[in-house]
Design a protein around this ligand. Sequence first.
Ligand code: SF4
Length: 294
Amino acid sequence: MRNGHWEKNLFELIRRTSVDLPSDVEAGIKRALKKERKDSHAYWVLETILENAAISRRNDTPLCQDTGTLTFYFGVPVGFDTNAIVAHTRAAVAKATRQGYLRQNTIDSVSGASYDTNIGSASPVFVFQQQARKKVEVRLIMKGGGSENVGLQYSLPDFSINANRDLEGVRRCILDAVWRAQGNGCAPGVVGVCVGGDRATGYKQSKELFLRRLPDRSRVKALARLEERIMKDVEKLGIGPMGLGGRTTLLGVKIDALSRLPASFFVTVSYMCWAFRRRGVLLGSEGGVHRWLY
Ligand code: SF4
């Protein structure tokens, strides 16, 4: 694979993701603002978030000082050279770090030394899937550490929260995770929930759900109903933006299910903060932009 436009357009994907809140997320925050009292902390926090998003877009600066873990999701044609696109992506990440679109945000877990270009072991993260088309689909999620820290995994039954191995048990896990997070993780956020799988696939799948747009619902009717129920339930918790009280604790909830072993029933909850950085692009065979996604 010749360099072509690859590195340039992957860099542009990182830049857009870092500085520009997706329109569905911004619309979700605007909807939430209308529900809060004008003299409340919640209103003030949401208004500040929207101002911050507008300033970042205008000034071409990162939405948050923590530019997070970068996960690239690639949909590639059969026979595609994945090694080459990994190299182009790493080069684009290094350039985005040098230009300030990404903070120097990656450290060695043993020595504590900084990786100056954010290129380290499992940094960035790559997920590949083969697709039956010629274009290359690239989606990027940047997930901050504060929101990553409040993710939780439950093994049902969990008697501490009266959660059995059913959808009511799943509901209790989700509400418990949101309650325990309080404002940490920079609420209002979005939760991705995987029912089933094993410990590793549960977290992987729960994060992949952040690729979905905010207003959509699960295609599984029972899960779609649960998503709607959770949104009503969390409103009553009163945690609010940044944990300062209010109706808006979550902007959305996405639930999916994987098959599981009879012995295990995991419920995995990943949390995404308000700085929900998600962008995508469809690239042609030479790396040229076919279409921007989101
Ligand atoms: S959790 Fe999100 S909004 Fe909060 S500091 Fe981290 S990246 Fe920023």
